[in-house]
Structures are given as structure tokens and as C-alpha cells.
Design a protein around this ligand. Sequence first.
Ligand code: ADP
Ligand code: MG
Length: 702
Amino acid sequence: MDLEVMNGLLRPKSIAVIGASNTEGKIGYSVVRSLIEGGYEGPVYPVNPKSDEIQGFKAYKSVLDVPGEIDAAAIVVPAKFVPQVTRECGEKGVKGLIVIASGFSEIGRADLETQTVEIAHEYGMRVLGPNIVGILSNSDKCNASFAPFLPLPGKAALVSQSGALFIAMDASTYIRRVGFDKMISIGNMSDVNFGDTVSWLDQDESTGCISLYIEGLKDGRRFMENALTASKPIIALKSGTSAHGAAAAASHTGSLAGSGKVYDAAFEQAGVVRASDLNNLFDRTLAMSLQPPMQGDSLLIVTNGGGVGVLATDSAERYGIPLRFAPEDVQTELRKYMPEFGSARNPVDLTGMAGRDWYQVSVQYSFAHDWVDGLVVLYCETAMTDPQDIAEGIKAAVDGSGVTDKPIAVSFVGGERSEAAMRWLVENGIPAYNEPDTAVNAIAALREYARNQNAAQSFVRYQDVDEAAARAVITKVRSEGDRAMTEIESKAIFEAYRLPVAHTRLATTEDEAVAKAVAANGPVVLKIVSPDILHKSDAGGVKVNVEGEEAVRKYFREILANAKAYKPDADIHGIAVQEMAPWGTEVILGSVNDATFGPTVMFGLGGIFVEILKDVTFRVAPVSPEQSLKMLSDINGAPILEGARGETPKDRKALAEVLSRYSQMIDDLGDEILETDANPVIVYDEGDGVCIVDARIILKAE
Ligand code: ADP
Ligand code: MG
């Protein structure tokens, strides 16, 4: 990232408005008006060939006529003129273009967009937009947009892909009392995208937390890298979970991977916290912009009412930080500040008798206590107490505790006095909400952030793999005009990545099958081998536990007959003779090549019921063995692997390594492989490893 150019674009010291106007109602009018009303202090250069003066500023015929330097040019001329204007800006030495104009890729004119970006890059300029509202920065008093005013000042930054929402969210900051220093509208993202803005905001001293409204990312991998390296919390509201990839998917994994699930995984991997809706985005942003992350699971709730305490307890469980009883010393201390009928366990119920003093001492004591990782303070308005008094007590307690590395969130339930007290709290750096659930959810966001940060792991590539051998198999399959690889071909690639597969040999004649079965020294599995039969069992193409020459001959013929009946024109390579793997726990590994994030690996409880159970989890590849272990714990059926109900624990360690190698395989070969499945993979008891009995790889269309 060229910082000087990005600063010029997003914190411009001088601005040209190309297409500026004196006619109210035109966007070229609004942008100049916004700059004036926002109090912008740098020079403003309206450009319009037909006017000498615009809204009090001297106007220029061309940007080339402007005497001074220009950091950013806001462009509001019709789309067809934008490439030409861009060239003039380049000649002038403008740093960044805020292309407010619409009429580009959103209406099928991607060509104009590409042209504009190409010209801009020739001159080292960056392009924001097109099809945007503009940029807002409180610390620069800069409203270079057609939104009527700057947002409520604060420490957050918001980047929005939607223009309409941008304006609406700007206005709503005043109602919601969530303050922003910067708001950036990024529209079509022809050049500057979410990843760029995240990196830039991360180094921007006025930004404390980064909020994103995302409809779709363009370069998912780059976004993940930028988000991962950012040191500030990032929170994203993602809308629109299309089922791309799910339709027409040939593999189990493809049908299970709605893009929503892959986004979930990618955000978690990149340390990005999710918001579930607009309210949630603002509520979580408020907490993230005011409070530090929560490093641990011990959440303490302090309240004056049993009802809100129970509600908050339910919420804590719902958001993944279930409450635990406070340790004895905490309870003993807190019991001093409540009547007999209070409770010091957790939630700490100070009872309705609690006034400012009890709140203050108990909050100060517990916030400073080692056991406490985060605090939620609840208050129900009473006739005997003044909400403002309580608020001030809480603030004094926080300050008095000297704690700055733990989060606190507050909820007051009551009337106008409570609302006013909460506004005061927010102004004093303590997030406050009118719902106990929202306060807990906000704390949970800070917990998620800490967890995601800690989980970020670098991947060390396996060196003992043979990528060239794998590619040779792919080349051969392609030369035969196939995209669906047979089990035998797929397993050859798996083996190049040292994945443990059930030993499999191809037999083209009955005699050959018999010889191979004898060599296997035990019962075998016979399977049809054909690029045209993906689901072998469905075609009567699998016979397990086959023993003896007679049986081999019988089933060899039977499988061939079944396959021909199932698909008369199928290209049949022969019959696979395979070792019979011992019985164990069946799981599935798989992968998709996601349109946004690329190769993405899946793990789930497997076998034939995978599509019904849908108990699967995704990660963008590659994943380390540690991250793989986390995947194994992510699914609902995790206890089955951990040794539930007296069963021996399964070999999770071996499985995690297999998953990690698998993820490297699909990542290395991501230019060729579309989807894969290993279903089932049989997992044995701890120390006994795993065995992949079925393998399927679908190549990308050429
Ligand atoms: P497909 O999924 O194409 O129908 P599979 O190769 O998965 O075919 O075989 C179907 C089922 O047969 C598997 O789910 C598994 O239960 C069993 N099976 C296949 N291969 C073996 C093997 N080598 N050892 C033990 N069981 C096997
Ligand atoms: Mg299978």
C-alpha cells in the first residue's frame, strides 16, 4: 500500500470536485455543499466548464487549470466522461479519485471501470468506487460526499459497500449514539477494496475499530491476509448468502458449502468478528470502539434485579460464554455489599436496595479481581435510586480499579432517566445498552475477537509431498478428456500427499481380480472404476467383504453388469480390488474451490448420512494441525471422536494431520482442483490412525 497516495485519497488536504454544480438537487451541488457544511478547511476546487464560480468558490474549466496541488478529486460527471477526466487528474498529479459517478459495472459497463482504473494506475492514482456516496472524516472535518452531514464523532470507522445504507447509517449514528471518525463508501470496488481500507484504517491514528458492511468480497484471500495482520478489531456484517457452488455440485462437499459457511470460516480465520444485523453491527461496534478484548471466559454479572440477571445468564450461554460461580473470596467480599437475601455467586445480585455505593465498591472490587475477565453491570431503575448516580458510581469504580485490559458493558432498564444516564456512560467510554442481552452480546464480541486472534496460526508446509507426481496424474486424466477422476486416480494424488488410503489396485479382467485379491491376503472390496459413475454404490458398483476366488469372480461379473445397466454408455476402466479396512468411526473430508476464498477444506461426521446431518465445518486452506484439531471440536458430533459414552477416544491427532495435509493438497493444486471428497475416512482408536477408503476429485473446467 502506498501510504501517501492512500492518505491523499482518504484524508485529502485539498479537494477538486469535478462536475461541481450550482443547481440544487444535483449531486455535484451536494458534494460542494457537504464540504462547506462539514467545515472542511483545505482548499476546494470546483471544476465545471460552464461556470466561473460555484457556491462561493472560484471554479475552473478543467482540473488542469487549478493552480494548487490536489490530493483527491471527487468525480461526479457522467460515467462516459470519467476515463477522460481520470487522465486529466493524472496529468495534474492528483493522488486519489473519489468516483461518486455511477453507470459502470452495476449496469453492465465494467469496461468503463477497467479503463478508468488502468488510466489511474498509469499515473499512480488509486480509485475509490465508482458508484459511491463518498468519504467522511470527522478528524479532517471532511465530508466529500453527497451524504448531508458527518457522523456522530467517535473512534470507530465504517466501510460500506452499499450507498443507500451508507447515508442511512450515517444519520443513524446520532440516534444510536455510536460514534465514528471515518466512513468510507466503496461501491463497486474497482480498485480500492475492503482489504485496502482495512490496512489503511489499521494505521490511521483516529480509528479504534473497523466496521464493515459487506455484500461480497472480491479478493477473499487478500482480505483475509490484511484482516489478519491488522492490530485493530474488525467487525463485519455480511449480507446475501447465495448458494453459488451448491447448485450443480458433483461432490458431497460442494452441496454442503453454501457461501455463507465459507464466509463464516474465513472471517473466523482472519480474526474478524461477525454481526448478525444492523443493530448488532452498531451495538458491537460501540463496545469494540470503547473496550479492550476479553482474554478469558470468566464473565461476571453484577445486577440489582434477579430478572435481568437471569436474562443475562441465558444470553451468556447463548453467546458462548456460560457463567461460572465466582470463587469463594469474591463471594465473601461481595456479600458485604448486599442484604441477606442477595446473591454473590454469579450473577451477583445486589438487590433492589443497592444504591451508588454498593454498585461502586462491588464493581471496583470485582473488576480488579484476577478471576474476572470481563464484567456486565445491569441496573433496573427503581424509585429509590437515581440512574445517573449509579452510572457515576460505575464510572468511578472502573477508574478506581485502574483496570484497562478487561472489558465492561452496562445495561440499564428503565425510562428517560436511565436513557440519559446511559448516554453519559457512553460519552465516558463505557458501552451501555437498554437490553441486558445486548450488553452480554457486546461483551461476547470482545471475547470472540480475543479468541479469533489467539487462534490465528501460521501454516508450515509439508515438505515430504510430491506435487509433481500429483500434477502428472492430473495431466493424464485431462489428456483422456475427463474432469471426474476415478477413485484410483484420486487416490494416486492423495498418496502423493502421503494421505493414508486403503491399498487399491485396478483389475481389467476376472483373472487379474482374482490374482490381486489373493495378493491382498484377506477379504477385499470390489468397486466399479469409471469416470462416468461418481456414486459407485448407487450403481450397485461396490461389494464389501468379498472372500475366495469364487466370490471374486461372481461379484466381478455382477458389478460390471450393474454398472452397464445403470449407465449403458459408461466408460469403464475396470474393477478396483481393495483391502477391506477394519470397522471404525466414519468421517468425511472434502473441499471446494470457493469463488471468493479459493480452496476451502471441509470436515464432518461422515458416511452416507452426511448430507442429512450436515454436521460439517469449513476452513479456507491450508490449515495447520492445530487448526485442524479445532475443526474436529467444532462439529456437534465432536464427543463421538473424543470418546463419548465409555468409548475409547479416537485418533484425533492422526486425523488432524491428515486434514492438514489434505488442505495443503487442495491448496497446492488449487489451480486444477474444483472439488474433492474423501468419504468415508475411517478413524480408529487413539494411536491406530485413520484410513481413507474412498476418494473423489473433480477437476476445474479447462
Ligand atoms: P461410493 O461412495 O462411491 O458409493 P465407497 O467407496 O464410499 O463408494 O463405498 C461405499 C461404502 O462401502 C463405504 O461407505 C464404506 O462403508 C464401504 N467401503 C468402501 N471401501 C471400503 C474398504 N476398503 N473397507 C471397508 N469398507 C469399505
Ligand atoms: Mg464414498
